[in-house]
Ligand binder design. Structure first.
Ligand code: NDP
Length: 253
């Protein structure tokens, strides 16, 4: 259990040759965030992550792992300060941390609604706000992770869908507010299988026009592109990466 304002960090091995490009990834200990951290490390970035728990022992040694909650302004301020102290500057922010609660509207409590909005939407705002002065200096970039659920829903996911819709709107507002120094884009993933041991049916794969569910690497690749100079003319956009699922019309037989 995390104590209030405790702020542990682990940096098992500093990068051999620190580069100038530094990224902070929220929720980087697992899933899409972890895959993104691993890809960006391979590409030569210095990578810090902020997560409620420190990552498992298999996490790359070069990660600067900070323990904190993106919904806490003091944790966010401190994570950004420690990242800049460790690496000298901040060039990119990936707002990936997210939670969801499936509960009927009548049973969803205000506390649960606030928890989802606080992590997914307020956390994105807080990280952008405190990263902005550093990103303006470096001409940096932000990638926010929304969801196809900003556009379509299953029943009983109202807080999650609302938070993800908010991230899409926050993205273009940030892009217009922080440009031209800072570019801000958003990715809306579809079904991304984060558990390598999970099994899903052939029918589940087949309903995707691409023929399969997504992997964390599919999203990490797009994040890498949106942080790169090749995407220098792209800002304020929301990219759906879902194997084509939201483009497919489905009728009952
Ligand atoms: P995971 O649950 O695998 O990983 C999320 C990470 O975020 C975990 O390490 C989690 O830590 C961390 N986290 C949770 N709350 C906080 C917080 N308050 N502060 C900091 N870190 C936090 O999720 P995915 O990799 O599947 O998803 C990543 C993002 O992609 C999310 O925003 C999600 O909504 C979005 N997404 C995912 C899809 C999918 O199919 N996987 C589809 C569409 C969007 P801990 O485990 O300790 O809680």
């Amino acid at each position: 259990m995390k104590e209030p304002f405790s702020f542990l960090h682990r940096f098992r091995k500093a990068p051999a040759s620190p580069t100038k490009r530094t990224v902070l990834i929220t929720g980087g200990a697992r899933g899409i965030g972890r895959a993104t951290a691993e890809l960006l490390l391979k590409e030569g970035w210095s990578v810090a992550i902020i997560d409620p728990q420190l990552p498992d022992a298999d996490a790359p040694d070069q990660l600067l792992s900070l323990q904190g909650d993106v919904g806490s302004e003091s944790d966010v301020e401190r994570a950004i300060r420690e990242t800049v102290e460790a690496f000298g500057q901040l060039d990119a922010l990936v707002n990936n941390a997210g939670i969801g609660i499936t509960r009927s509207l009548e049973e969803l409590t205000l506390e649960e609604w606030n928890r989802v909005i606080c992590t997914n939407l307020t956390g994105t705002f807080l990280c952008a706000k405190h990263a902005a002065p550093h990103l303006r200096k470096t001409g940096g970039s932000i990638v926010n992770i929304s969801s196809t659920r900003a556009r379509q829903s299953e029943p009983d996911t109202v807080a999650y869908s609302a938070s993800k819709g908010g991230i899409g709107a926050l993205t273009h507002s940030l892009a217009v507010s922080l440009g031209p120094e800072v570019r801000v884009n958003c990715i809306s993933p579809g079904w991304i299988e984060t558990d390598p041991l999970a099994v899903h049916s052939e029918a589940d794969d087949a309903q995707h026009p691409c023929g399969r569910a997504g992997t964390p690497a599919d999203i990490a690749a797009m994040i890498s592109y949106l942080l790169s100079e090749q995407s220098g003319f792209i800002t304020g956009q929301d990219f759906v990466i879902d194997g084509g699922m939201t483009k497919k019309m489905i009728y009952a037989e």
